[in-house]
Write a protein that binds this ligand. Sequence first.
Ligand code: 13P
Ligand code: SF4
Length: 343
Amino acid sequence: MIDLAEAQPRSADLTLPRLRGPRPPAQTEALAVEILALKRQHNAVILAHNYQVPEIQDVADFVGDSLGLSQQAASTSADVIVFCGVHFMAETAKILNPGKIVVLPDKDAGCSLEESCPAPELAKLQATNPNFYTIAYINCSAAVKALSDVIVTSGNALKIVNAAPKDRDLLFVPDENLGAWVMEQTGRPMTLWRGNCYAHVEFQRDNILRARAAYPDAKIVVHPESLREVRELADVVCSTEKMITYCKNSPARRFVIVTESGIIHRMQKECPDKEFLCAPVFNVMQLPTDNCRCSECRYMKMNTLEKLRDCMKHLAPRVEMPADILAKARAPIERMLEISARA
Ligand code: 13P
Ligand code: SF4
């Protein structure tokens, strides 16, 4: 049996080394100066997801969730978009800006959700029901977007599913957990693709119950990619950007955050007088998994400040895709942005 007191050091272990950075501060500073000079040279904008390491967030022009990043990509006047996130996010920026250069620090920064849904498999399922209306979570490939009617993010999924045509059979891909949450909230039945986020499904009900017992005053803040049994324990279930807003506006002083640990950096910056604990994760032997970064997305963490500098220096790796996919994937993203902007 785990001593409840062990949960607290574990959360600190997860965040503090990241805040200090992996190199001497003077080197981090020098890299940041180089990156800002390259930004001016190329008239570039740096977009970073809330899960990126703190030092990348600190040099970015905009840090946000998938929805905010798509909105920024849709409206930027920069010539070059430097996307610090995972591949499908950079692809989305390219689809919205076919004429611009889009680079990302590590081209191998993928996503387990994207991997779970190959476009040919989706096409086969779609062929079984011509009345399907395909709603794709943005965490999917450009080829899957090209087969979809509308895209959603965790920030706008409820609004977009509520707006979906009533006479169509809804097919939701690729996240079965987000899809199940959307069904619960909207009451719209949907056929769900059986994909999941390998990181979020690690959070277990027992761990969250322990956190609740150890910190009864804390609010439990959960991302909808988590399992239903975990979502059921939440005070709020929402996208990463809404998590930050919730923590800012809540009178509570302490929060257990059930998502990727990179988000803690912004939370601490924007709410310096509040305390944020990464959800404790324990292994099957019920021992704290201190050496395992269970609440870290291995793909998001592939990006480093060095790789960011290099991709800006060489304007590579670039995001490219076949012209037909690029053209077809645009309409469902634009539909999402349009519905999202409605009052
Ligand atoms: P958000 O859109 O909530 O930031 O989520 C993105 C993501 O990949 C969650 O795992
Ligand atoms: Fe994909 Fe999960 Fe990583 Fe988000 S946290 S990018 S859903 S693998």
